[in-house]
Write a protein that binds this ligand. Structure first.
Ligand SMILES: [Zn+2]
Length: 112
């Protein structure tokens, strides 16, 4: 039973990855509604299987409108720095959703 569950999760993750790939292709063709459909289909699959979202879903998809984020096309990426962090801001150009990803600087990169 457990082995079967794991198999379903693996399958879901695999198919979700393929769907995301298709979604990216759709965005590149300018077919945004189709791209969103692929993404929501992939997310539904993962939810059904009880699988964790693969990293690309967490990093490269707009949480609000489910569009795949491609820098220069569907999102704007800005990098800000302060002493402790490098902050990457991603703005979704379709709905205006902003995501900030702070990355702590490595100690050896810190200026005095
Ligand atoms: Zn969005």
């Amino acid at each position: 039973m457990r082995g079967r569950k794991k198999l379903i999760k693996d399958l879901a993750r695999q198919r979700a990855r393929i769907l995301l790939n298709e979604a990216f292709n759709a965005v590149k063709r300018g077919e945004y509604p189709l791209a969103r459909r692929y993404v929501s289909l992939g997310l539904k699959l993962l939810r059904k299987a009880g699988a964790r979202k693969p990293l690309p879903y967490r990093r490269m998809v707009c949480k609000k409108c489910l569009i795949p984020l491609i820098p220069g096309l569907t999102c704007r990426v800005r990098v800000r720095r302060n002493r402790k962090y490098i902050i990457v801001t991603k703005t979704c150009l379709a709905c205006g959703w902003v995501r900030r990803i702070p990355c702590p600087r490595k100690p050896e990169n810190l200026e005095k």
